[in-house]
Design a binder for this molecule. Sequence first.
Ligand SMILES: [Zn+2]
Length: 115
Amino acid sequence: MPTLKELEARFLKVLPPDDEGHIIFQAEGVSLPEADGIMFLCPKCFAANNGPIGTHSVICWFDKSNTTGLDPKPGRWHPSGTGLDDLTFVGPGAVSVQLIGGCNSHGFVTQGNAQ
Ligand SMILES: [Zn+2]
């Protein structure tokens, strides 16, 4: 089971939309307490591809008010932990991460690892 760091995980912070209403988010230098979500390489495809080449990314938005309406939806996750090394998705709400379509990956984020 790869770690989130091996999957090039980054915390995401939603910024105010630009003048044309496009959603903008910051993906560098964001810590867990200020994060609105996380992006990481799909663990299923990472394993199938033996690495990042050709592997798509997964975005999980957290259950915060400013993620309402953002794609992908409707899933929202509640993070626990202090950062990438021990991040765990906990209830209430979704715990597993299921992708509909594509590779149909269905996994978990537990203690900084993703499967
Ligand atoms: Zn995948």
